[in-house]
Design a protein around this ligand. Structure first.
Ligand code: GUN
Ligand code: ZN
Length: 433
C-alpha cells in the first residue's frame, strides 16, 4: 500500500480539554502523520517517522498545522442557496426562505447541482464529514450521498420527515416518511463511509403518529443516527407546548416517541429546563452547538459549560443556512464569542476539539474520525497559520501554538485551508465510487 508522510505541526488530543485543560493536547512543531492507504498508520516526530519509513512519499507542509478534517455535526445542504437571508426569526425564516427553497429539491437536477456546490464549499473549508439534513424528497438524499460517495467522503444524511405545519408540497405522511426513510437506509446506510440519519425535522412539523413511526424506525435500525432540532427559540418552545400539551417539556415529546438515546443529535438545545438537561445526560444523547445560527436567527446563547459539566457529548455545527457561514473557523470564532457572553473564554484547544473529536463523538464516529491517531481514517486538513497579513503579524508574536492558532480561528477563512485529504487522497479529487 502506498505510504505518504505528511510533515508539519501536529495537534493530537490524547485527552479531552474540557476535562483536562489544554494539556489534553499534544503539540509537535516538526511532527509527522504517516498515512497508509486510507488510514493513519502513525503520528509522531517528523524526522523519526521519516527515518523509519524511507519509502514513504513526503508532503512537507512546512509550518502548516495538520489536523483531522473538521466534522460539522449539523447542517442543511438544501439551504446552501438561501444562506444569509435577511431579517427573520426562526418560524418566519422557515416560511419565507427555507420552505420555498426546499420545495425545489423535487427536481433531481437541482438537488445534484446544490449537493456538488455544498460539498465543494465544505472541502474548501476543511469540512470532511457532516451530518446533513436533506429535504422531504428521497431524491435529495440520493443526490447528496451519491456525490459524497464519489468523493470518498464519510457523510451522514437523512430525508426530512414532516407531515404537518409545512406547505403541501413539503409534507409526507407518517407511513410514507417511514417507508421512504427505510428504503434510504437500505440503499445508503453502511455503504462505504456513508451513514443514515433518521431525520424528523422538529416536533412542530410532525404529528405524534409520525414521531412514533420515526421512533419505530430507529428501534429497527439502532445504529443509524437520529437528528432533530430541540429548544431553539422561545416562540418555538411555546408552540411545542401548545401542540403537545401532555408532554412535560420539549425533550419529553421526543422521549415519548423513542427518539432520545445514544446516537441522537439534538440541534441547538438552548432553552432547556433542568429536567431536560438531566434527561439528556442520562440517556447519552448528543447536542450540536450551532453558534453562528444561534446569533444570526436570534435564538440565544448555548450553555456550553452546563453541557460539559454533565458529560453530554457536544459537537460543533455550521447549521447552514440558518448558520451564516460554511467556515468551521468562523464557527469556532462564534462559539468563542458566545462563550465570552456566557462568561467563559473557550480555550483554542477546546474550540479545535469541538470541531473535530467533539463532533465525531456526537455522531458516534469517534473510533474512525476526529483525532490524529494510528488506526483512524486519514481525513486531514492543513491550516496555514499566516494566511493573511493581519493574521501573519499576530501569529509572528505568538509564544506557543495556542497564541499562533487563535488569530486564525478568529480571523481566518478558506484562505487558511491549504490542503484537505480524504481517506488518504487529495480531497478535491473526485474519485469513482
Ligand atoms: N428548526 C426546524 N427546522 C430548522 C432549520 O431548518 N434550521 C434551523 N436553524 N432550525 C430549524
Ligand atoms: Zn438546523
Amino acid at each position: 500500500m502506498q505510504q505518504t508522510l505528511h510533515l508539519g505541526q501536529t495537534l493530537e488530543f490524547p485527552g479531552d480539554p474540557f476535562r483536562d485543560g489544554p494539556s489534553a493536547a499534544r503539540h509537535t512543531t516538526r511532527g509527522g502523520v504517516l498515512v497508509d492507504g486510507a488510514r493513519i498508520a502513525a503520528v509522531g516526530d517528523g524526522a523519526a517517522l521519516r527515518a523509519a519509513h524511507p519509502q514513504a512519499a513526503v508532503i512537507d507542509h512546512g509550518g502548516g498545522l495538520i489536523l483531522p478534517g473538521f466534522v460539522d455535526a449539523h447542517a442543511h445542504y438544501p439551504q446552501t442557496g438561501i444562506i444569509a437571508s435577511w431579517g427573520k426569526r426562526l418560524i418566519d425564516w422557515l416560511n419565507a426562505y427555507t420552505f420555498p427553497e426546499e420545495a425545489r429539491f423535487g427536481d433531481p437536477a437541482h438537488a445534484a447541482a446544490v449537493a456538488r456546490t455544498y460539498l465543494d464549499l465544505n472541502l474548501a473549508n476543511g469540512i470532511t464529514t457532516a451530518a446533513a439534513y436533506c429535504t422531504i424528497h428521497p431524491g435529495s438524499v440520493d443526490a447528496l450521498l451519491a456525490e459524497a460517495q464519489a468523493r470518498g467522503l464519510a457523510m451522514a444524511a437523512g430525508k426530512v420527515m414532516m407531515d404537518r405545519n409545512a406547505p403541501e408540497d413539503l409534507r409526507d405522511t407518517a407511513q410514507a416518511g417511514y417507508d421512504d426513510s427505510k428504503a434510504l437506509i437500505g440503499r445508503w446506510h453502511g455503504a462505504g463511509r456513508l451513514r443514515y440519519a433518521i431525520t424528523p425535522r422538529f416536533a412542530p412539523t410532525s404529528t405524534p403518529a409520525q414521531l412514533e413511526a420515526a421512533g419505530a424506525l430507529w428501534s429497527e435500525h439502532p445504529d443509524c443516527l437520529m437528528q432533530t432540532h430541540l429548544s431553539e427559540q422561545a416562540e418555538e418552545v411555546a408552540w411545542v407546548r401548545d401542540l403537545f400539551p401532555q408532554a412535560r417539556d420539549y425533550l419529553d415529546v421526543y422521549e415519548r416517541h423513542g427518539l432520545v438515546g445514544p446516537g441522537a443529535v439534538m440541534g441547538h438545545a438552548i432553552r432547556l429546563r433542568p429536567r431536560e438537561w438531566a434527561a439528556l445526560a442520562a440517556t447519552g444523547a448528543a447536542i450540536a452547538h450551532c453558534p453562528t445560527s444561534n446569533t444570526f436567527i436570534g435564538s440565544g446563547l448555548f450553555d456550553m459549560d452546563g453541557a460539559q459539566r454533565l458529560g453530554i457529548p457536544v459537537g460543533l455545527a455550521t447549521d447552514v443556512g440558518g448558520g451564516s457561514s460554511f467556515s468551521m473557523l468562523r464557527t469556532m470564532a462564534a462559539a468563542y464569542e458566545i462563550g465570552q457572553l456566557k462568561g467563559r473564554a473557550l480555550h483554542p484547544a477546546e474550540l479545535v476539539f469541538l470541531a473535530t473529536a467533539g463532533s465525531a463523538r456526537a455522531l458516534r464516529l469517534e473510533s474512525r474520525l476526529g483525532r490524529l491517531a494510528a488506526g483512524m481514517d486519514a481525513d486531514l486538513v492543513v491550516l496555514d497559520l499566516a494566511s493573511t497579513p493581519v493574521i501573519a503579524q499576530r501569529a509572528a508574536r505568538a509564544g506557543d501554538i495556542w497564541e499562533q492558532l487563535f488569530p486564525t480561528i478568529m480571523l481566518g477563512d478558506d484562505r487558511a485551508i491549504v490542503a484537505v485529504h480524504v481517506a488518504g487522497h487529495a480531497g478535491d479529487a473526485r474519485r469513482p465510487a
